[in-house]
Design a protein around this ligand. Structure first.
Ligand code: C2E
Ligand code: CA
Ligand code: CA
Ligand code: CA
Length: 278
């Protein structure tokens, strides 16, 4: 049976039914998960190469399902995007991340907070108001909020998405373009949109130090960023060899297991004093 391709899934009838049931089940569970507080955020440090300190953290959502345990976001975010639940989940993520950031600020750490946004969150025209409300409610200054968007969001080119990007920029919020290099090949949008930072996708970093193609792409992204006035973050940095090459290539910020895995909020303050020597 394992030789059968995608078009022959009818032979998998029992497994297929199970998968469909799992999906259905997950969907109804997802609806309740917010109310029953099954989500939490973990934060992964982003290290500034100039200072060796943590400059910002990226908020990443986690779901602990009462029966299935930890479900990775790659499994439930696409589902939540399909059924629209990403709107309320996304609100919760923003509010929680901003609240935590404001708390760390009050404790004397002026960290930036990076939050992932789904293209779906841009579509209904209410995002600006929500972000403004959440910043006001939590007391976090807009300049400490960085929104991570993907090329999919930019390719939308709907008037609503473009307008929202500009409104948010006017609020003082920054934009980082996530997974850069994996999406569309047209880069004309880079000129037109209020971007601040490009995040080199992990797939290029993981090719280092041996893959010459990955290195060439990283070099090109850094050079492009310099001429556009963007900073560059490399994600998925796992070892010192990669760190050294990325420093050599003049990346500004590094993120990855080499520095820290994403950690729950109570474990972050212990990391903030850390200083990496390059
Ligand atoms: P992403 O935004 O590209 O996030 C980076 C992913 O790489 C995270 O996976 C992170 O845990 C993982 N990672 C970080 N450093 C390393 C490393 O050194 N090596 C390896 N192998 N992996 C590393 P995670 O947390 O499972 O998130 C997966 C994706 O789910 C994210 O990719 C993002 O697209 C989405 N996601 C996560 N949280 C949210 C959220 O709050 N909202 C939205 N809309 N999407 C989210
Ligand atoms: Ca991200
Ligand atoms: Ca990414
Ligand atoms: Ca990704």
């Amino acid at each position: 049976a394992k030789y059968l391709g995608r078009n022959n899934t009818q032979f998998y009838s029992p497994a297929l039914t199970q998968e469909a049931m799992r999906r259905l089940n997950m969907e109804s569970n997802l609806r309740r998960a917010l109310d029953s507080q099954e989500f939490f955020l973990v934060y992964q440090p982003q290290v500034d190469l100039q200072t060796g300190h943590i400059r910002s953290v990226e908020a990443l959502i986690r779901w602990v399902h009462p029966q299935h345990g930890l479900i990775p976001p790659a499994e439930f975010i696409p589902l939540a995007e399909d059924n629209g639940l990403i709107i309320s989940i996304g609100d919760w993520v923003l509010r929680t991340a901003c609240r935590d950031a404001a708390r760390w600020h009050a404790a004397g750490f002026s960290l930036e907070m990076a939050v992932n946004l789904s293209p779906v969150q841009f579509r209904n025209g209410t995002l600006t108001r929500k972000v403004r409300d959440i910043l006001e409610e939590t007391g976090l200054d807009a300049r400490f909020l960085e929104l991570e968007i993907t090329e999919t969001t930019l390719m939308d080119e709907s008037a609503t998405t473009l307008q929202t990007l500009c409104e948010l920029q006017e609020l003082g919020v920054k934009f980082s373009l996530d997974d850069f290099g994996t999406g569309y090949s047209s880069m004309s949008y880079l000129r037109r949109l209020p971007l601040h930072n490009l995040k080199v996708d992990r797939s290029f970093v993981s090719g280092l130090p041996h893959d010459a193609g990955s290195l060439a792409i990283i070099r090109a992204i850094v050079s492009l960023s310099e001429s556009m006035g963007f900073t560059v973050t490399a994600e998925g940095v796992e070892n010192l060899e990669q760190v050294k090459i990325l420093i050599q290539q003049s990346c500004h910020t590094l993120q990855g297991y080499y520095f820290s895995k994403p950690v729950p909020s109570d474990q972050l303050p212990a990391l903030l004093g850390q200083n990496w020597d390059f």
